[in-house]
Unconditional design. Structure first.
Ligand code: XMP
Length: 511
C-alpha cells in the first residue's frame, strides 16, 4: 500500500487516484496520524500531499524527521515537498513571490524522477514559500521563476519531491512523475489491476460471510450492480438480490436488470413489481419533497416485505451496500463494517431489520468500480450508465406524476440518450436529466395546426462528484437533432429548451 498523507487540501484524493491509475494500491491517511502509526501500517511508499500555502503558517503541520529514516520511499508534493525539505535540514524561504496556476518549469538535470521529459514544461503551481536550498544528499532537478528548487531527489534514500502538482490534469507529464516515483525510485510493481481487485474482494467477502445469507437491494445503478456481482462471485447462492421496480425508471432499465444483469451474473433475483403501488401513492402530488418522502416510504415497505419473506424468522445476516472510497474518506475514513440498524442509502430501514453491512467497493474509486464491472462481465451499457436518482423520473416531472406523463418523458429521455450515445459524448457528460414541465403549456404550430403542449428541458451537465456542476456545451447539431426528434416523436411536446445554469446556483435535478 502507498499511503497518501493528507495535509488538508483537496489534492489527496486526486493523488490517491493517480497512484491507482498507475496500478498501485493507495490509501489516504490524515496528517494527524503520528509517525509510529503510519509506519505500523507498513506502507510500501508514502506520498505527502499539498496543504496550507506556507510551512510558516500558524499551526501548519510538520513532518517528523523519523518518517524519512525508516527506509520507506517518500515523495513530497507541494506543501509536502516543503515540509520534507524543512524536516531534512533544507531551507524554505518566504520569498513573497507566489506562483499560482500554470507555470513554466525548467529541467536542469532530469534525474530519475523527471527522466525523458522535455527541458521545459508547463506545470500547475500553488505556493507562497519556496525551497531555497535542498537538504544534504539531494540532487536539484528543476526550477521555476519563483522556485529555485522546484524538484529534488535522493535515490540512495529513495526520497524525492516536487513543488508543483503532478496530480492535476493541467500539469504536463504529471502522471509520469508519479509513475517514475512509484516504479523507478520506490521500485514498486504495478499489480493493482481489475483482476487482482476482483480476487482480493472475493476472498475478503468469503472471509466475512462464511456460510450465512446475504441480501442486496439492486437499484439498476452501476454501484449496486457491481457490488452484487462481486458478492455473487464470492458466495453464489447465499446471495439474493431484490429489485424494486417502482415504475419510475427510464426506458429499458428494468429489463436490463431483469435480463442482462441476470444473464451476466447468474444472480438469484427477486423482482417486486410495484408500479401500481407507487403511482397510486403519488396520485395528486406535485410537491417535490412530498414525492421523495412517499417514494422512500413505499420503497422501504416493499423491501421490508420482500426481506421478511425471504429470510423468515432467521432475519438477514448481511446487506450489500455500494459505498465507494470517496464516501469513506469524506466521512472520516472509519475502518471495518459497522453493525447498523438503519441505513439512509436504502431509505432508512426499520429498526427490527438488523444486519451487518458488506461494502465490497469501499476501497474503490468510481473508475475502478467500472473496471471491476467490466472484468466481471457486466454489460457495458450498465457499467457506463450515468448516475440516476432513487426517486427516478418522478422528480423529473414538474407537476403530478401520471402514467401518461411518465410515458412521454421516458420517450424523450430515450431520444436524448440515443443521440448522446450516437455522438459518442456519453462519457464526457456526467448526467443528462430530461425534464417534463407538465404544469407548463405553450403555443406551437405543428402540422399546420395550433398546438398547446408542454416543454421539455434538456439538462446535460459535467461534474466530478455532483457537488458542483457546469452545464455541458453540447454541439448545436446534436441539440438540433434531439429537439427535432422530441418534437416530432413525443406526443404533446411542442418545445425543447436547454438549461444553461451551473450548480450552484441551480441543482442538477429540477426537483
Ligand atoms: P442535485 O439535484 O441535488 O443532485 O444537484 C445531485 C446528485 O444527486 C442525485 N439525486 C438523488 N439521488 N435520491 C438519490 O438517490 C434523491 O432523492 C436524489 N436527488 C438528487 C442527482 O441525480 C445528482 O446525481
Amino acid at each position: 500500500t502507498v499511503l497518501v498523507v493528507d495535509f488538508g487540501a483537496q489534492y489527496a484524493q486526486l493523488i490517491a487516484r493517480r497512484v491507482r491509475e498507475a496500478a498501485v494500491y493507495s490509501e489516504i491517511v490524515s496528517s494527524t496520524l503520528d509517525v509510529d502509526a503510519i509506519l505500523a501500517k507498513e506502507p510500501a511508499a508514502i506520498i505527502l500531499s499539498g496543504g496550507p500555502s506556507s510551512v510558516y503558517e500558524d499551526g501548519a503541520p510538520r513532518v517528523d524527521p523519523r518518517l524519512f529514516e525508516a527506509g520507506i520511499p517518500v515523495l513530497g508534493i507541494c506543501y509536502g515537498f516543503q515540509a520534507m525539505a524543512l524536516a531534512l535540514g533544507g531551507t524554505v524561504a518566504q520569498t513573497g513571490q507566489r506562483e499560482f496556476g500554470r507555470t513554466s518549469l525548467s529541467i536542469a538535470d532530469s534525474g530519475c524522477l523527471l527522466d525523458s521529459m522535455p527541458n521545459t514544461l508547463n506545470v500547475w503551481m500553488s505556493h507562497g514559500d519556496s525551497v531555497s536550498r535542498a537538504p544534504k544528499g539531494f540532487k536539484v532537478l528543476a526550477r521555476t521563476a519563483g522556485a529555485p528548487v522546484a524538484a529534488f531527489e535522493d535515490l540512495e534514500r529513495k526520497l524525492a519531491g516536487v513543488q508543483w502538482h503532478p496530480e492535476v490534469v493541467h500539469t504536463q507529464w504529471g502522471q509520469q512523475v508519479i509513475e517514475h516515483f512509484l516504479y523507478n525510485v520506490a521500485g514498486l510493481t504495478p499489480d493493482w489491476t481489475p483482476e487482482n481487485m476482483v480476487t482480493e474482494s472475493i476472498e475478503q467477502i468469503r472471509r466475512q460471510v462464511g456460510d450465512r445469507r446475504v441480501l442486496c437491494a439492486l437499484s439498476g445503478g452501476v454501484d449496486s450492480a457491481v457490488a452484487a456481482a462481486l458478492v455473487q462471485q464470492a458466495i453464489g447462492s447465499q446471495l439474493t438480490c431484490v429489485f424494486v421496480d417502482h415504475g419510475l425508471l427510464r426506458a429499458g432499465e428494468a429489463d436490463q436488470v431483469k435480463n442482462d444483469f441476470v444473464a451476466a451474473t447468474g444472480v438469484d433475483l427477486v423482482i417486486a413489481d410495484e408500479k401500481d403501488r407507487f403511482l397510486d401513492a403519488l396520485a395528486g402530488i406535485s410537491d417535490p419533497e412530498q414525492k421523495r418522502k412517499i417514494i422512500g416510504r413505499e420503497f422501504i415497505r416493499t423491501f421490508e416485505a420482500q426481506a421478511r419473506e425471504l429470510a423468515g424468522d432467521r432475519g438477514i445476516d448481511f446487506l450489500v451496500q455500494g459505498t465507494l472510497y470517496p464516501d469513506v474518506v469524506e466521512s472520516g475514513g472509519g475502518e471495518g463494517a459497522a453493525n447498523i440498524k438503519s441505513h439512509h442509502n436504502v431509505g432508512g430501514l426499520p429498526d427490527d431489520l438488523q444486519f451487518t453491512l458488506i461494502e465490497p467497493l469501499r476501497h474503490m474509486f468510481k473508475d475502478e468500480v467500472r473496471a471491476v464491472g467490466l472484468q466481471l462481465g457486466l454489460p457495458e451499457a450498465m457499467v457506463w450508465r450515468h448516475p440516476f436518482p432513487g426517486p427516478g423520473l418522478a422528480i423529473r416531472i414538474v407537476g403530478e406524476v401520471t402514467e401518461e406523463r411518465l410515458t412521454i418523458l421516458r420517450q424523450a429521455d430515450l431520444i436524448a440518450r440515443e443521440e448522446l450515445a450516437a455522438a459518442k459524448l456519453e462519457r464526457e457528460i456526467w448526467q443528462f436529466p430530461v425534464v417534463l414541465l407538465a404544469d407548463v403549456r405553450s403555443v406551437g404550430v405543428q402540422g399546420d395546426g395550433r398546438t398547446y403542449g408542454h416543454p421539455i428541458v434538456l439538462r446535460p451537465v459535467t461534474s466530478d462528484d455532483a457537488m458542483t456542476a457546469d452545464w455541458a456545451r453540447l454541439p448545436y447539431e446534436l441539440l438540433e437533432t434531439i429537439s427535432n426528434r422530441i418534437t416530432n416523436e413525443c406526443r404533446d411536446i411542442n418545445r425543447v429548451t436547454v438549461d444553461i445554469t451551473s450548480k450552484p446556483p441551480g441543482t442538477i435535478e429540477w426537483e
